[in-house]
Design a protein around this ligand. Sequence first.
Ligand code: TTP
Ligand code: MG
Length: 514
Amino acid sequence: MRDAATVLHLDADAFFAAVEQRDKPSLRGKPVLVGGVGGRGVVSTASYEARRAGARSAMPMARARRLTPAAAVLVPRFAAYAAYSQVIMGVLRELTPAVEPLSIDEAFADLTQAPGGTPEPEDAAAQVQARVAELTGLTVSVGVGRSKLVAKIASDLRKPGGVVVVRPQDEDDVLLPLDVRTVPGVGPATQGALERLGVRTVADLRRQPLDTLTMTLGEAHGTGLYLMSRGLDDRPVVTTTERKSAGAERTFAVDLRGRDVVLSAVDDVVDEALQRLERHGGAARTVVAKVRYADFSTVTRSVTFPHPTASDADLRDAARKAVLAAGVVEPVRLLGVAFHALSPHAQLALDLDAHLFDAPRRAVVGEHDHVGGRLAEGPDGPDDGPPDDTAGTRLPDGSTAQGLDDVVAELVEDDARLVGAEKAVVGRPLGGSQVGRPLDESNARPGLDVEHATLGRGWVVHVRGREATVRFETALTPPARSRVLDLDEDPLVLVDPVGVTPPSAVPPELRDDA
Ligand code: TTP
Ligand code: MG
């Protein structure tokens, strides 16, 4: 066990909703619900304004709407959240290389690994909060303790925007009164078993003899909780290495022409990439292809599986598809193939899916490269939301987009060799994404990004027939009023989120606090 508070835990506040409020200035300070918008949709998260009315994660959306009728109800935009997440994780890595992301908005950092020596926990927390605010405009809550257990509990104590440092000598004051449900590993089943023992708080738990716990919960789990209740948690912060990809690329002496020639060259590059992947565990979830043409323009496309796969045949197939998606009409100068989302990062993506998508995930096999994902909702109600058979495509920026943006960010950040100085072109699933398509009633979802030829970027409020209601605003603009457009006269195109805009990029006269 450590003897000082050197494990930091960060958790972004109302993450999805807060990102929506950044990117949609008219929603700042307002109740926002993000989640499934169909008849049986579930809330992914509620802004703090909506929480004041009682709205919560995992609540049926219909109920949350009743609690806070004025709330903006939006579909999740995973690509946007992934971009913000990358920046937040990067801030932690500025502090220490030992960073372990736990979910899209949560991570541990080991302060003892900081290059300049272990910082004071308060200083580290303040630095992280200030830097996240500077780069993203978001607030995060930070807890620091001598273990993961205590750090994680601490970060939750003063949300939003709080910092709680728990020194070893103060641990019992914090731990003992807590509900056992806050202890990692205590889910509903364990809680039920503990309840039968009369255990409600950590203090109650600590009073249980070891053999009572092991008899009730099994050897490993019982022992684990016995130790946790005493603050004895020596789980290390496991650094996920920056390199989460394995790949190969080749520049050809003579430009390749024609699909068959290119595809056979892809096979060679894949062989090499597969060998490297072997050394990194052998399984990947995302395959990225990079194609540079004779004119030096470069396109990156990716294919993401619902789960990591170790099948060479599947990975090869995906690489070919990604190359074809990039297009091989022009002569090809260079081909690159990289496997991404190797574990443990792949696990993260799965965890996120798991709490976002409770219906079985389905790979949209007909569309080959697209990961089908469904929001945690059943068939839609009569009033709004898309029909059920669009499940795989219901979120133009659904789970696939999340994976892809991770990949692109990783490419840019970690694999400069593969991408060079170019901006990666975000890969889009061939059939699954609506990005790039004209907005219409069938693909409109509240909150999605759209662009108009002259009015610029905005987001969909709703579409009825050919009449679209849109707010033309971004993190760089003042709040906008809704505008109603006739899509026949003013076509709109669905576009990807812009990414993260630091508040300092906003002209001073337009800032919220101006
Ligand atoms: P959390 O960190 O649990 O929640 P939060 O960031 O929204 O709010 P808090 O201030 O309490 O930390 O989860 C991070 C994101 O994960 C959240 O913004 C949305 C998503 N999520 C779901 O989609 N479903 C869920 O049930 C939960 C809990 C989170
Ligand atoms: Mg959070």
